[in-house]
Write a protein that binds this ligand. Structure first.
Ligand code: SF4
Ligand code: SF4
Length: 100
């Protein structure tokens, strides 16, 4: 089996019943909170998929496309900025796992 880097593996993440390009976000982050009152930006350190990043000006950005649904940010964010909802839950919108 071909050995892939973490970045290459994350690039293979896809979603149930969706192609990657039309995927609807299951996590919405209010980055106004991140970039105004949040004192620690902890999710930029704990997300294993690097979905939370800081730019050269220290501004927090979020992208859900590489999210592996580990749930860490839901518990790590104590500022009320993370909203987790599956759009169209009746047909399933979560990450599609290769082995289950
Ligand atoms: S901890 Fe919450 S408010 Fe702070 S940067 Fe992360 S998501 Fe934004
Ligand atoms: S659920 Fe996990 S992988 Fe997804 S954005 Fe939150 S911390 Fe990152």
């Amino acid at each position: 089996m071909e050995k892939l880097s973490i970045a290459e593996r994350l690039g293979k993440v896809s979603y149930l019943n969706q192609t990657k390009t039309e995927a609807k976000p299951h996590i919405i982050v209010d980055t106004d909170i991140c970039n105004s009152t949040c004192p620690h930006h902890c999710t930029t350190y704990v997300c294993p998929a690097n979905c939370y990043t800081k730019d050269e000006n220290g501004k927090v950005h979020f992208q859900f496309e590489d999210c592996i649904e580990c749930g860490t940010c839901m518990f790590a964010c104590d500022q009320g900025a993370v909203d987790w909802n599956y759009p169209d839950p009746e047909i399933g919108r979560g990450v599609k796992w290769n082995f289950g």
